[in-house]
Design a protein around this ligand. Structure first.
Ligand code: 13P
Length: 254
């Protein structure tokens, strides 16, 4: 397994100026935290300026979304080649993309193919709604999201999965460790059945109301390979602190 991963998804927050300030406030300290992969997902308009700022640091960049077509009449979209200029990562299938922008599993599947074709590391987000969890559909929903997104891909090398239950995103109510571990154990079992050894190696992250107060507990779980952080990644001190906690906890567990 590779290094633990901490990713900050800034969503649609901050102007370019504010994004640059936020990176400036966190970059030196983040850079110095060893043995953890640190990825920022700022708004796409800020990527190129931020790339200059983090150049030669240990901070990596990703896009929050991209289109699957190579180029053409897709007003408002960005392509994999555009992402690739500044980023080594892309988030795909975030629940806000699925829910608010009606992205289907088929769209996400095409986007994953585009990421592979362009050698961009994809983080595939999966997650169930509260209604799905309460009606006992979680396992089926997550398995379907995973299977459809990866259908007919030539390989799942470099795939990272992020489990983000919709009901834990932006609510301040993170999933309990029990729920996360039980869910991740099932996702892992499914991946091993589907892909054998390759499935065993896919890192699975957790996201949903991660903050300074729960990062250590999540770090102690052998199931959790990384954290995908929304709101708390917009606060430099909080993001540095939770990254440090997660890295230290993971190092102690080795
Ligand atoms: P919050 O950390 O704000 O709950 O957001 C999680 C998320 O959606 C990260 O992708």
């Amino acid at each position: 397994m590779g290094n633990p991963i901490i990713a900050g998804n800034w969503k649609m927050n901050g102007t370019i100026t504010e994004s640059l300030r936020l990176v400036s406030d966190m970059k030196d300290e983040l850079h110095r935290i060893p043995r953890v992969t640190k990825i920022l997902f700022p708004p796409s308009v800020a990527l190129s300026s931020i790339a200059n700022l983090v150049y030669a640091s240990s901070i990596e960049l990703g896009a929050q979304n991209m289109h699957y077509e190579v180029s053409g009449a897709f007003t408002g979209e960005i392509s994999a080649a555009m992402v690739k200029e500044n980023c080594s990562w892309v988030l795909l299938g975030h629940s806000e993309r699925r829910g608010l922008f009606h992205e289907s599993d088929e769209d996400i599947n095409r986007k994953l193919s585009a990421a592979y074709a362009n050698r961009i590391n994809p983080i595939l987000c999966v997650g169930e709604s509260l209604e799905q969890r309460e009606s006992g559909q979680t396992q089926e929903v997550l398995r379907q999201q995973l299977a459809k997104a990866t259908s007919d891909l030539p390989s799942i090398n470099n795939l990272t999965v992020a489990y983000e239950p919709v009901w834990a995103i932006g609510t301040g109510k993170a999933a309990t460790l029990n729920v996360v571990e039980e869910t991740l154990a099932d996702l892992r079992a499914f991946m091993e059945t589907e892909w054998g050894d390759d499935g065993r190696g896919v890192p699975i992250m957790y996201g949903g109301s991660v903050n300074e107060a729960n990062a250590t507990a999540f770090g102690q779980s052998p199931y959790i390979a990384g954290l995908l952080v929304g709101g708390a990644s917009l606060d430099a001190a909080a993001f540095i602190s939770l990254t440090r906690q997660f890295a230290e906890t993971k190092t102690q567990a080795e």
